[in-house]
Structures are given as structure tokens and as C-alpha cells.
Design a protein around this ligand. Structure first.
Ligand code: SF4
Ligand code: SF4
Length: 135
């Protein structure tokens, strides 16, 4: 079955962001999605709020659902991305202080974690100029 790309969004940011830029980057195969095949599929979920512990439960739920629905794929098809607003300082602030914990939770579920999604040229420039600074 084709890859199932799961984007984890910051629960704080998701109250203000539709996830448009992440989805567009996926469908246009840009940013951190550039190497995926045309038939790769997309889903997104929030981290569930600080400290992100709910990610383990959500990914566990997804794996169980896939195990019961092999027509939709299997756990081997899942690749989890942490959204760029989690992994880097940006308009919404970030990076998430629990980022490494989130990676451990994902890997603890036997899944691979990729850092980043949509890559904003504007945000990259502001980081380089020191306008966006980490806490
Ligand atoms: S990276 Fe951008 S588009 Fe994606 S969830 Fe974060 S703020 Fe929204
Ligand atoms: S744990 Fe990180 S990603 Fe999740 S809501 Fe808190 S700051 Fe956002």
C-alpha cells in the first residue's frame, strides 16, 4: 500500500491554522514532502495539547484501526511528520519545548519521525536575520 503521511500539528497553533500550507506543500510535493511518490496519502492530527503525550494514544489508535482495515494499509506505511511550527521558530513562535519528547513517543510506537513539513522562505529569512528567535 502507498505511504500514509501523518502530520502532527501543534494543538495551540491548530486553533488558528487550518493546516493549509502543510497540505499544499504535501500535494505539491515541496518542502519536507518532496521525495514522496505520487500515490502517497495524507492525514493530519493535533498533538492533543502540552506536553504532547496524547500523540502516543492517537498513533496507537491509528495503528489498531489499520490492523483492522488492511484495505487502507498497515502500520508499515505510516511516516509521521512533526509540522514546521513544532520543529522551528516561526510566526506562531515555537519550536515546541517538547519536540524531543514527541519524537520519542513516535519512535516508541515503532514509527519513523520526520522533522518539518512546509518550508516557508519568509520564515527561513527571518530566522537567518534573527527576527525569529528561539526562547
Ligand atoms: S506548519 Fe504552518 S500550515 Fe502547518 S500546521 Fe504549522 S502553522 Fe499550520
Ligand atoms: S506539546 Fe508542543 S506541539 Fe503540542 S501544544 Fe504544546 S507546544 Fe504545541
Amino acid at each position: 500500500m502507498s505511504k500514509l503521511i501523518v502530520v502532527i500539528q501543534c494543538d495551540k497553533v491548530v486553533h488558528r491554522c487550518s493546516g493549509f500550507a502543510c497540505a499544499r506543500a504535501f500535494y505539491q510535493r515541496t518542502g519536507k514532502f518532496q521525495d514522496y511518490a505520487e500515490d502517497a496519502r495524507y492525514m493530519s492530527m493535533s498533538c492533543g495539547g502540552c506536553c504532547g503525550a496524547d500523540v502516543a494514544a492517537k498513533l496507537g489508535h491509528l495503528k489498531r484501526k489499520l490492523a483492522a482495515a488492511p484495505d487502507f494499509g498497515s502500520a508499515e506505511d505510516i511516516v509521521v511528520h512533526l509540522s514546521s511550527c513544532i520543529t522551528s521558530v516561526n510566526f506562531h513562535h515555537g519550536p515546541c519545548p517538547f519536540k524531543n519528547y514527541l519524537v520519542k513517543l513516535i519512535e516508541g510506537k515503532g514509527l519513523s519521525a520526520v522533522e518539518g513539513t512546509y518550508v516557508s522562505k519568509k520564515a527561513e529569512a527571518k530566522r537567518a536575520q534573527g527576527i525569529y528567535k528561539e526562547f
